[in-house]
Design a protein around this ligand. Structure first.
Ligand code: FES
Length: 106
């Protein structure tokens, strides 16, 4: 029997959590779990809407456009959730597209 591993993803700024089966894309798994912790756009690495910062944990990514994630950002843990495969439990922050996290609505 092959028991598939699952990784727990904590989204600190949204105070939400969901699990991702090993080998599955982070954003895809979030949508399957009916969560809205990360903004969803093109699902293909083109729009940058799903930009996150990984605070803790291991992951690898498919190729990401430097227009959305430059080298310095990649080194700092920024990634596009639609291109991220978790390799361990992760602690992340979402809402980095155009720095929406700092915008306040009255
Ligand atoms: S959803 Fe568009 S880049 Fe991830």
């Amino acid at each position: 029997m092959n028991a598939q591993r699952h990784f727990q993803i904590q989204v600190t700024n949204r105070q939400q959590a969901f699990s991702v089966p090993e080998g599955e894309l982070l954003l895809h798994a979030m949508e399957k779990a009916c969560q809205q912790a990360i903004q969803v756009g093109c699902r293909g690495g083109g729009c940058g809407l799903c930009k996150i910062k990984v605070l803790e944990g291991a992951f690898h990514t498919k190729r990401m456009s430097k227009a959305h994630i430059n080298e310095h950002e990649a080194e700092a843990g920024f990634a596009l959730a639609c291109r991220v495969f978790p390799e361990s439990d992760l602690v992340i922050e979402s809402d980095y597209f155009n720095d929406l996290s700092t915008q306040q609505t009255a």
